[in-house]
Design a protein around this ligand. Structure first.
Ligand code: LP5
Ligand code: MN
Length: 259
């Protein structure tokens, strides 16, 4: 991927986050002008219940976001990765917005060097309950069964899973919800890269670490939240000939509706 690459994740678009959607759409417009490619690596949607959700009866908020994504792909290459909440994103949706799907984890060649990109949940290996859930819902038979249900039934199951997840997360120790250092080190070693970018943990940071004598960096993308209580947050990673850096999206929020 030549030129300037922008990467974001964990926007969690859904019916109840209009301010987040607005900030994200502004970000997309900016990407068209300032970036040469845009990569969204997972949890773009708060829950994806199948590509037919974007069919002719799609809700208004979704139509708007799909149109905004199409505007991007009309101008620069757009890549979509799957997260733990939208792992059901498929080729149909990608085609519909003019994007291509990213594999779960992938090494990309950029002006800032080779970069290992993923959603990040695969490194949360201490979270046994989550890894069990992940294995279950990634089985083709389970997905086929789920997709055979009506949209309203799928919506109910997804809402249930989201509620269960949020309730459970309140009691999980912070260390369990973060990546496991051993899993990260293994990924650096296997891929041979010095830079990794992922989201999922909602703990934006630039970590420096040493892997077998090499200095490596792990950049964690922030999640996006412009609707709930402040502080608003959101941001993305820029990769270009100057290197890699994290950018904050406060500037995209516009005048506050609250104050
Ligand atoms: O997402 P977040 O930040 O809240 O927490 C994640 C982990 N949780 C999840 C669950 C998702 O949020 C729910 C996504 C819904 C997708 C729609 C389709 C649903 C069915 C599809 C069947 C093919 O990913 C959480 C981690 C946390 O990140 C930090 O890493 O801890 O993990 C859990 O909460 C694990 C729980 O044990 C999972 C509980 C869900 C149980 C629901 C059962 C219903 C599934 C039906 C399957 C047929
Ligand atoms: Mn996630």
């Amino acid at each position: 991927l030549p030129g300037t690459v922008w990467i974001a994740s964990d926007i969690h678009l859904g019916p109840d986050v209009p301010a987040t959607a607005r900030a994200f759409h502004r970000f997309l417009q900016q990407a068209c002008v300032q970036a040469d490619a845009l990569l969204l690596c997972g949890d773009i949607f708060d829950a994806w219940i199948g590509d037919d959700f974007a069919g002719k009866d799609a809700p208004q908020w979704l139509r708007e976001s799909l149109a905004a994504l199409r505007d991007v792909s009309a101008r620069i290459p757009l890549w979509l990765g799957r997260g733990n909440r939208d792992f059901l994103l498929g080729e149909t949706l990608a085609r519909q917005v003019g994007a291509r799907l990213l594999p779960d984890s992938v090494v990309i060649e950029t002006a800032a060097g080779r970069v290992l990109l993923s959603h990040g949940d695969e490194y949360c290996t201490q979270d046994r309950a989550y890894q069990r859930f992940r294995r279950l819902v990634r089985r083709r038979s389970v997905q086929r069964l789920f997709l055979s249900l009506s949209l309203s039934m799928r919506r109910r199951i997804a809402d249930f899973a989201r509620r269960r997840s949020m309730a459970g997360n309140q009691y999980k120790p912070a260390a369990i919800m973060d990546v496991e250092p051993v899993a990260v080190a293994r990924a650096f070693e296997r891929s041979g890269v010095c830079l990794m970018v992922h989201g999922h943990t909602h703990r934006p940071a630039v970590h420096t670490l040493e892997i077998s004598g090499r200095e490596c960096r792990r950049i964690v993308l922030p999640d996006w939240e412009f609707d709930g209580a402040s502080p608003r947050r959101g941001g993305w990673v820029v990769l270009d000939a100057q290197g890699a850096r994290l950018k904050w999206a406060e500037a995209l929020s516009g005048p506050s509706a609250r104050s």
